[in-house]
Design a protein around this ligand. Structure first.
Ligand code: CP
Length: 306
C-alpha cells in the first residue's frame, strides 16, 4: 500500500491491486468450500486497535471489517453515532479527535459526505480506511469485486463487464470501474437516463440500452440497486418499467447461463434481481461476501503491520 490510509483506489496502481488480491487469496478457501475464509490465522495485528465508525447503515462492510481485524488479532471497537454525543451537537471532527485521543490506531469510516475521509486523515493521527464515502468511493468493495472475479476467471484482462442499474448515485460503481479497468477489463453500462452519470470517468462508459442487450454483450453482469437514499425527492421511478428493462429475472439468467452475476448488496429482491438468481450457479453474490473478509484482512494487514 503506497500510503498510510486507504481513501480511494485512484492512488493504487495495477501492481498495488494485484499485491492486495494476492494477499487476500491466501486467506480464501476454494470456491467450492462454503467456509469462504480460512480459519486458524496468525495474530499479526495483536496490540493494534481498530474503531468501526459507520454514519450510514451497513451489514456486510461493518461486520466483515470487524471479522477481518479480529482474524488478525487486532482489537475492534464500535462507535455508534446513534446515542453518541453527536446528538448533543458535537461536531464530526471533535468526535474523531476524541476517538483518536483514546489511542485508536485506525478508523474504518463510512460517511455520506464526500471529502470527510480525507479531512479525518489530515486532521487526526489515526490511519483511515474508507468504508464508503457519499457517492464517490467504496474502495474495498471495488477490490473485493475484482478479487471475486479473479478467483472465477483467473484474470480480468479482456473480461467484458456491464454495470446495470443506478450507476449515477453509486460509489461502488466508481471504485469497481477504477479497479477492473486497471486490471484490463472492458466496462459498459446500462441504466435509465436518470441513473447515467453525467460527469467524471463513468460518463464516458459505452452504453447499452437494455439488460437483454447487456446480457448478449457481457461476460459479467454487475448489478446495482437503486440508491433511494441519494435520489432527489423529485425523481419518481416507474418500478414496473424499470423491472421490464433492467431487472435480472430468473428467466433472463437461465437464458444467459454463461454470464456471471455479481452484486455488492444489499439487494432489493423483486426490483433489480429475482431471489432465485442470488443462489443460481452463475451467481457470485454470496462469494463476494467471503472475498470482503479476505480483502479487508489484506488491506488492514498492509496498513497496520507497517
Ligand atoms: N456492499 C455494501 O457496502 O454493503 P453494506 O451497506 O451492507 O455494508
Amino acid at each position: 500500500m503506497p500510503e498510510r490510509h486507504l481513501l480511494d483506489t485512484s492512488g493504487l496502481t495495477a501492481e498495488d491491486i494485484v499485491a492486495i488480491l494476492d494477499d487476500a487469496s491466501s486467506f480464501l478457501t476454494d470456491e467450492s468450500d462454503p467456509r469462504g475464509v480460512r480459519g486458524a490465522l496468525a495474530p499479526e495485528l495483536a496490540g493494534r486497535s481498530v474503531v468501526l465508525a459507520f454514519f450510514e447503515t451497513s451489514t456486510r462492510t461493518r461486520l466483515s471489517f470487524d471479522v477481518a481485524a479480529r482474524n488478525l488479532g487486532a482489537t475492534t471497537f464500535l462507535f455508534q453515532p446513534q446515542g453518541s454525543s453527536t446528538e448533543k451537537g458535537e461536531t464530526l471532527m471533535d468526535t474523531m479527535h476524541t476517538i483518536a485521543a483514546m489511542g485508536c490506531d485506525c478508523i474504518v469510516l463510512r460517511h455520506g459526505v464526500n471529502g470527510t475521509h480525507a479531512d479525518v486523515a489530515r486532521s487526526t493521527p489515526m490511519q483511515v480506511v474508507n468504508a464508503g464515502e457519499g457517492t464517490v468511493a467504496h474502495p474495498t468493495q471495488g477490490l473485493l469485486d475484482a478479487s471475486t472475479l479473479r478467483q472465477r476467471f483467473g484474470s480480468l484482462a479482456g473480461l467484458r463487464i456491464c454495470l446495470v442499474g443506478d450507476v449515477a448515485h453509486s460509489r461502488v460503481a466508481r471504485s469497481q470501474v477504477d479497479v477492473v479497468h486497471k486490471l484490463g477489463a472492458t466496462v459498459a453500462m446500462c441504466a435509465p437516463a436518470d441513473f447515467c452519470p453525467t460527469d467524471g470517468p463513468l460518463a464516458a462508459l459505452p452504453r447499452l440500452s437494455s439488460i437483454d442487450e447487456a446480457l448478449e454483450w457481457c461476460d459479467v453482469i454487475s448489478l446495482l440497486r437503486i440508491q433511494r437514499e441519494r435520489l432527489p425527492s423529485t425523481l419518481a421511478v416507474d418500478l414496473a418499467d424499470y423491472r421490464r428493462r433492467y431487472a435480472l429475472t430468473m428467466d433472463r439468467a437461465r437464458h444467459h447461463h454463461d454470464v456471471t452475476i455479481i452484486h455488492p448488496g444489499p439487494v432489493n429482491v423483486g426490483v433489480e434481481i429475482d431471489a432465485e438468481v442470488l443462489t443460481c450457479p452463475q451467481s457470485l453474490v454470496r462469494r463476494q461476501v467471503s472475498h470482503g473478509v479476505a480483502v479487508r484482512m489484506a488491506v488492514l494487514r498492509r496498513l497496520l503491520r507497517s
